[in-house]
Design a protein around this ligand. Structure first.
Ligand SMILES: Nc1ncnc2c1ncn2[C@@H]1O[C@H](COP(=O)(O)OP(=O)(O)OP(=O)(O)O)[C@@H](O)[C@H]1O
Ligand SMILES: [Mg+2]
Length: 336
């Protein structure tokens, strides 16, 4: 397979003003040139082939958006090299943009006052999309999502979900080789998230478009990505198939125990945390469920269960493989 994205030792540093506290400090800041350097992306290398959907994950401030901005040519790396289909994004931006699509989840790139169809027509002219291709794409879109009610609506009158959907449709309109989606499902309800996942997956399948996706929603990852790349504090922690990661955590199980809300109080959860801490068991509570992430190499699920039952009445239970969500949470908190 052809490699259409290659990052080699990419680093991005920002110079930020060292702020001083208080009124005196603010005045000092006005005149001082006291800068510090923040390394947002630190020596990241990866290679992505045409048609892959890659989940680019990491906690807040990890450097994901900064990487996307460099890959789309908005920012220039401090050092290192980025090649997308053999081209350097920040050089020759106009030509480069013909081959990519971008969506930043919280902002729209569409014309605010115009009905969606007018935005599409403008994009058709900008990207010089042939009539036949344009019509074909619209027809294809109609087979995946119900866009008719959207086409004649001005973007500013759309809900967040409708607008995001429209933005994604627009980003794929000119059949780019690569589309970058930065948190495309942020703030959306369950049904709209599912619409958007279906859309991305259908377009990827039909057009073999490469998709780089950042998200905090592991549902997106489960639905779309075979491969994930994880970064934290700018450094790459992981780059491989999600299945491989789950194998690494193959001895982990999630034990969920249902109990009355009276029993499942803060004090009880704290005591469970304390009791199982020596075995590295992760303890959390939600609704009526106590959830314990157990590494069976350290302690058996059955032993955890009987220990919990010593102090509380368990009404129902589930044992599951570790979820993507928990795997990622463990990596964020403990590393790999
Ligand atoms: N223009 C900028 N000037 C200075 N610092 C910046 C700038 N943009 C980003 N940073 C810093 O770089 C780091 C990485 O930010 P980035 O937006 O890439 O994180 P992220 O992984 O996208 O996080 P999130 O999940 O919250 O969106 C942060 O510490 C951020 O404060
Ligand atoms: Mg971001």
């Amino acid at each position: 397979m052809e490699n259409n994205i290659v990052l080699t030792n990419v680093t991005k540093e920002f110079k930020v003003l060292n702020r001083h506290e208080g009124l005196k400090g603010s005045i000092q800041d006005l005149f001082s040139r006291d800068y510090k350097t923040v390394r947002a992306v630190d020596n990241v290398s990866m290679t992505i082939s045409q048609g892959e959907i890659v989940g680019y994950l990491g906690p807040n401030g990890a450097g994901k958006s900064t990487t996307i901005k460099m890959m789309t040519g908005i920012l220039k790396p401090t050092s290192g090299e980025i090649l997308i289909n053999g081209k350097t994004p920040w050089k020759d931006r106009n030509k480069f943009c013909e081959n990519i699509g971008v969506v930043f989840g919280q902002r729209t790139q569409l014309w605010w006052a115009l009905p969606l169809i007018e935005s599409f027509k403008l994009l058709k002219d900008i990207y010089m999309i042939p009539d036949k291709d344009y019509e074909e794409t619209l027809e294809f879109y109609k087979t995946i999502v119900d866009i008719d009610p959207l086409l004649h609506k001005p973007v500013r009158q759309m809900s967040l979900g409708q607008r995001t959907l429209s933005d994604i449709l627009a980003s794929f309109l000119h059949s780019p080789d690569v589309v970058f989606l930065d948190e495309p499902t942020i703030g959306l309800d369950v049904a709209m998230k599912s619409n958007i996942r279906n859309l991305i997956s259908a377009i990827n399948e039909k057009r073999n478009t490469t998709v780089i996706l950042t998200t905090h929603d592991m549902g997106d990852v489960d639905a779309l990505c075979r491969r994930i790349v994880i970064i934290d504090k700018g450094k790459m922690l992981y780059d491989n198939d999600i299945e491989h990661l789950k194998k690494v955590f193959g001895s982990y199980r999630t034990l969920s125990l249902r109990m009355s809300s009276k029993e499942l109080n803060e004090g009880f959860v704290e005591s469970m945390k304390k009791q199982f801490d020596p075995y590295g068991v992760g303890v959390s509570a939600e609704d009526h469920w106590l959830s314990l992430v157990v590494n069976e190499e350290k302690i058996k699920v059955i032993d955890v269960l009987s220990k919990v039952q010593e102090s509380v009445q368990v009404k129902d239970m589930k044992i599951e493989e570790i979820s993507t969500e928990e795997v990622i949470r463990k990596i964020y908190t403990e590393g790999i």
